[in-house]
Write a protein that binds this ligand. Structure first.
Ligand SMILES: Cc1cc2nc3c(=O)[nH]c(=O)nc-3n(C[C@H](O)[C@H](O)[C@H](O)COP(=O)(O)OP(=O)(O)OC[C@H]3O[C@@H](n4cnc5c(N)ncnc54)[C@H](O)[C@@H]3O)c2cc1C
Length: 414
């Protein structure tokens, strides 16, 4: 059996950032990765996807984007190259093709079973990602057999879809991007819209991510939240897309492009989809929250005395869902050939044989420090900071958690 003081499972940005910090602290470790470096970006994303975070924000400990297009958005091959270069730059001790099949608690640490044999460690970092499985609502089982059912993890491009219209369920980052692309390919698209976070690509001539960065919104810590942190962790992703044209994609632009907006999908019965009547309310709430964010940006500009450097504040037109939105749709009659469940993602801990999961299967942790001795998790939404699940968030979280691990090891040695 092989031994390392610490084992990191997963060689995405979270695992690599943690490896960089463990190396900096001379903590001997290994990164076990079931596929290749950046495996999720390599195997689980659709063809046209670009990051929705700008290139300047693609930064990891000791390493950052250094090309000539800081305001551009990376394609998937760019992201994969970036992470592969980071892995060799940081000399991360990665074992690729090592799938972890079981983790059990043992005296003083953990036993990690893999397809390449067992390992033992004292400290374990779960960096296996927050988006391993698509969260598909149970009503998907009631879809007529003739209608194909797929998730964003399976979707690649419009050509792979069966003929006919497409119903996209969910209007967050994945849902709006897929609805836009599939509609542009000439298909009928019906988009089911529930709670969502409306976001302009830019405001007062700066990218919205730039504003969120400078006003400190992305750095807000989990332990300083006044609102319910569990709710903040479950918030849908931002309605944003990264394109060379820097377009804003929202429900207004999708509707103009011919996408039909309907409310949240609440039922499927005899081939008929039923939608909630809450569409207008969800949109009004999203508009309200957007205006609140813009107001906090304006406040920050005024209080920093920088008002002259930016154009005057303005507001975006409210979401217009039209006067008549349908409450049901016969999928077969309407020629819907496929449904895409853009209803979120969740982690896969089927290999984790340690009692740290709550009844919903979520790992119990305090800012990434798991409720089991010497175990840490990385990359979960709002784990330590609002940016925890973003590329830009991995560095700060890894710095904090590696410091905790190091203190713990030093205490044990003393
Ligand atoms: C569609 C989509 C778009 C996104 N766009 C952006 C964006 O624009 N900007 C941004 O900052 N973030 C974005 N994110 C969020 C986030 O950056 C990604 O989800 C990112 O992949 C998370 O990195 P990670 O290292 O935490 O997890 P992952 O990248 O998922 O890495 C986990 C690794 O663990 C490995 N693994 C899993 N299970 C095992 C096992 N049992 N044994 C061994 N290895 C295992 C996987 O193969 C994988 O390589 C996006 C997410 C999605 C889903």
């Amino acid at each position: 059996m092989k031994f390392a003081t610490a084992i990191i499972i997963g060689a995405g940005q979270s695992g690599l950032a943690m490896s960089w910090h463990l190396s900096a602290r001379s903590i001997d470790h290994v990164v076990l990765e079931r596929g290749e470096v950046a495996n999720s970006w390599l195997t689980e994303r659709w063809d046209s996807l670009r990051l929705l975070t700008p290139n300047w924000q693609t930064r990891l400990p000791g390493y950052a984007y250094s090309g000539d297009d800081p305001d551009g958005f990376m394609t998937m091959p760019d992201v994969i190259r970036f992470l592969q270069r980071y892995a060799s730059f940081s000399s991360a001790p990665i074992v690729t093709g090592a799938r972890v099949t079981r983790v059990r608690q043992r005296e003083g640490g953990y036993e990690v079973e893999t397809n390449l044999g067992p390992w033992r460690c004292r400290k374990l970092v779960v960096a296996t990602g927050a988006c391993n499985i698509a969260s598909v609502p149970s009503l998907a089982a009631d879809l007529p057999a003739r209608v194909a059912s797929l998730t964003p993890l399976q979707y690649r491009n419009p050509a792979v879809l069966p003929d006919g219209g497409v119903m996209v369920v969910g209007a967050s980052a994945s849902g709006i991007q897929l609805a836009r692309e599939i509609r542009a390919a000439g298909r009928r698209v019906v988009l089911c819209v529930g709670e969502h976070v409306r976001m302009p690509r830019s405001y007062r001539l700066r990218d919205i991510q730039w504003w969120m960065d400078v006003i400190g919104a992305m750095d807000v810590r989990y332990d300083t939240m006044i609102e319910d942190i569990e709710r903040a962790r479950r918030l849908p992703s931002l309605q944003l897309v990264g394109t060379p044209e820097r377009v804003t994609v929202n429900l207004n632009s999708l509707r103009k492009a011919g996408v039909e907006l309907v409310g949240r999908l609440v039922g499927l019965c005899d081939g008929k989809a039923q939608f909630s009547g809450s569409l207008a309310n969800h949109c009004a709430l999203a508009d309200l929250k957007l205006n609140r964010l813009l107001a906090s940006i304006d406040d920050w500009v005024n209080s920093s005395g920088l008002a002259k450097q930016f154009p005057a504040p303005h507001r975006f037109e409210p979401t217009d869902v039209g006067s008549e939105t349908r409450l049901s749709l016969d999928l077969i009659e309407a020629g819907i050939g496929s449904v895409i469940w853009a209803t979120g993602y969740r982690p896969d801990y089927s290999w984790l044989d340690v009692p740290v999961l709550d009844r919903k299967g979520r790992i119990r942790h305090d800012g990434g420090i798991v409720a089991a001795p010497g175990m840490y998790v990385m990359g979960l939404p709002f784990m330590r900071r609002r940016k925890s699940s973003f590329i830009d968030g991995a560095g700060d979280d890894a710095a904090d958690l590696s410091a905790h691990m190091s203190q713990n090891l030093n205490r044990a040695a003393a």
